[in-house]
Design a protein around this ligand. Sequence first.
Ligand code: NAP
Length: 288
Amino acid sequence: MITGATKLLGVIGHPVEHSLSPIMHNAAIAHLGVNYVYLPFPIEANGLATAIAGFEAIGLQGFNITIPHKQAIMPMLTEVSEAALAVGAVNTVWRTETGWNGCNTDVAGFLAPLTSMPRDWSQTIVLVLGNGGAARAVVAGCSQLGFAAIWVVGRNQTKLQAFQQSWLASPLQPKLTVHPWGALPDLLPQAGLVVNTTPIGMYPHTDASPLSPALIAKMPTAAIAYDLIYTPNPSQFLRQAAAQGSTPIDGLEMLVQQGAAALEIWLKQPAPVEVMRRSLRRQLGLDP
Ligand code: NAP
């Protein structure tokens, strides 16, 4: 029940209507019985500073950030975590006595399904498809896990070079090289983990895949196929990779785990991860 003492949390972005975060966080809030509510705030790119001043005035406790504000928010924060600085983006902000602090829980979210596998990644090459915002969290995460090499494949040479350059000053110093899309036939047979960070295959284009059947056939059968896409679930890429023996990981767990990490920062108590996972699976029609 919302009362006069209810504390506010939320997500800012544009568009934000499609966000599943309100469902997941309000399910957790109800389960914990804490007096909070989590709201979507549609804020256009040029409205960010005004929105933050408003949040200050109304005493908002914390918020998530999605496109287009993940980078733009950074100069407005008092402190930014090292991981968020390395990624170059913030997805979680919380109020402190001295101002707003920010971090990036996408890295921990991405890593959660991999760290639950008892594996030494130091002999494994990870191949990352795409070089956008999510690829940055993936590179930061893979660098933390100590992969033998991180190969990032993209379609735009200028953006690929800029992506590589952007890591030069990072404390993470990822073992990163960038490659054109046309190099995939040579790269795929050597990859132990293939991560799709492009939106290819995302609803409503559910028959699309970033890799053609001929390219998927080049993946080692023991490779892990990880798609950040969570709708459809599984994606065409994961369906095809699993059909030839790969272990599939979908993007739902990353979504759950980045949300759980954010909630723990705001509430300073353990997040009910299973409740959050179940609320999303039900919303996506994966469970009754
Ligand atoms: P983004 O910043 O727009 O990056 C998308 C990347 O995909 C860019 O490098 C883009 O290349 C590339 N790309 C797009 N269409 C392509 C195509 N037809 N062929 C080759 N490359 C293509 O988006 P993002 O924020 O990184 O998000 C990417 C995906 O990850 C989305 O599906 C999003 O839903 C998902 N995601 C999931 C989670 C989760 O929690 N599971 C979290 C974050 C993101 P150009 O740069 O050349 O355009």
